[in-house]
Design a protein around this ligand. Structure first.
Ligand code: NAD
Length: 422
């Protein structure tokens, strides 16, 4: 729930309806796209190390497969629920459509804290979840990937479980059942950093458009996991200075710059930014008022709210996380002239490189990192160009509305050509 009690799916629907409005999406397509196609809930028992069984609840929401197989991450977090996963699944549909890749949208998750389990317990949870999903997922049907709380190892367990549940003759061809795997098991070069790399490509495009010098920028990042740390490291390589970082344990600042590489090593070893010796510990709430040109939320949804938005001093909010800005906060940002680079564009690098991984697995190839980065940049800059174009075509200021406009037009054309069965 947001600061005014709006559910996350209601936020997603509000954004969708604004996009539908600006392109005049017909009512029948609006009702179809307003709901996921399938909502799958599985409850499954797992043996814990103390000898008892614990029942876990998992979700897989398949929003749309109009443009291709359902595609989207699996989230492991205590707050995972049906409403959240529905919102996240719909955002995947818009993201793939915006980037013009042949995937639909899905999302899954299990409601639990993965950090509270032993490694072998976690493995059993992931394998049992995969087994419970059964044929609801498939290499050309619905393809999971990592998200908050899950990682490459979780994907390898999912792939191995799925492969062992198929016949011997299919075992090699089902590797692409998940993306975001380790390199050794069929992952793609560049997938680990893909979302952060995509954030930076989108920022470069924006900087070019508005005449902003990224190499002299100051940056604050909330969340220093996969997406936050990759974004921080790549921006640092481009000359930007990381001045504040927050995560689940608290917040740190240093106006002279926090070394993103050292901090990433620290977080990997210690689990959070807490105790990092080369920065000052600050109150969590004060993170939002640290002056920085770029504010990058890269943790959970509903983080920028009516309560803290007034403290933000950034020039642009870069939505590396999904749904980090509440509807109320976005209006205030707009009134204050602070730009928002929307999640469905800015964090699409993950799903784009997942597509590359899927393609590589289909054809038993391994691409070079240079190829992956080059193709990723091409796809994202094309999407950025289209957002710029539709803004001027329709005379709209909001980059989020514009991004929805591009995505929904693409879906509309396909619906028009295919028709609605029967
Ligand atoms: P992650 O699990 O690797 O990292 C999550 C980070 O968020 C951690 O630093 C954690 O400490 C922090 N965090 C958790 N709870 C917090 C709280 N209450 N306050 C502040 N910080 C908190 O996850 P990730 O894969 O980096 O995903 C981050 C966001 O990016 C999510 O919204 C996810 O949906 C989105 N995203 C991820 C990918 C991907 O490829 N992994 C792709 C697109 C979007």
């Amino acid at each position: 729930m947001t600061d005014t009690g709006t559910s996350l799916f209601a936020t997603a629907l509000d954004q969708f309806n604004r996009g539908a409005e600006i392109i005049g999406l017909p009512d029948d397509l609006r009702s179809i796209l307003s709901q996921p196609k399938n909502e799958i809930i599985v409850n499954f028992p797992v043996l814990m190390n103390n000898g008892t069984y614990r029942v876990f609840r998992g979700y897989r929401i398949q929003h749309s497969n109009l443009l291709g197989p359902y595609k989207g991450g699996v989230r492991f977090h205590p707050m995972v629920d049906l409403d959240e996963v529905k919102a996240l699944a719909s955002w995947m549909t818009w993201k793939s459509a915006l980037c013009d890749i042949p995937f639909g949208g899905a999302k899954g998750g299990i409601s639990f804290d993965p950090t509270a389990l032993e490694a072998d317990e976690l493995e059993r949870v992931v394998r049992r979840f995969t087994h419970a999903l059964g044929t609801n997922i498939g290499p050309d049907h619905d393809i999971p990937a990592p998200d908050l709380g899950s990682n490459a190892q979780s994907m390898v367990w999912m792939m191995d479980t799925y492969a062992n549940s198929t016949g011997a003759t299919e075992r090699q061809s089902v590797k692409r059942i998940v993306t975001g795997k380790t390199l050794e098991t069929g992952g793609s070069p560049g997938r680990e950093k893909a979302t952060g790399q995509g954030v930076v490509f989108c920022l470069q495009h924006w900087a070019d458009e508005v005449g902003f010098d990224l190499s002299g920028a100051t940056v604050s990042i909330q969340g220093f996991g996969n997406v936050g740390s990759a974004t921080g490291k790549i921006l640092q390589v481009h000359g930007a200075r990381l001045v504040a970082v927050a995560d689940h344990a608290g917040a740190i600042t240093d106006e002279d710059g926090i070394d993103a590489f050292e901090l990433a090593d620290w977080v990997r070893e210690h689990g959070s930014v807490a105790g990092f010796p080369k920065a000052m510990w600050i109150d969590e709430e004060d993170f939002w008022s640290v002056p920085a040109d770029l504010l990058v939320p890269a943790a959970l949804e509903n983080q920028i709210t009516a309560a803290n938005v007034g403290r933000i001093q950034a020039r642009v909010v870069v939505e590396a996380a999904n749904g980090p800005t509440t509807l109320e906060a976005e209006k205030i940002l707009e009134q204050r002239g602070i730009e928002v680079l929307p999640d469905i564009l800015v964090n699409a690098g993950g799903v784009v490189v997942s597509y590359f991984e899927w393609l590589q697995n289909r054809s038993a190839q391994r691409w070079d990192l240079e190829d992956v980065d080059f193709k990723l940049r091409e796809i994202l800059w094309k999407a950025c160009d289209q957002v710029v174009d539709i803004r001027s075509e329709l005379g709209i200021a909001s980059r989020r509305d514009a991004a929805y406009g591009v995505a929904l037009r693409r879906l509309q054309v396909v619906y028009q050509q295919r028709g609605i069965f029967p």
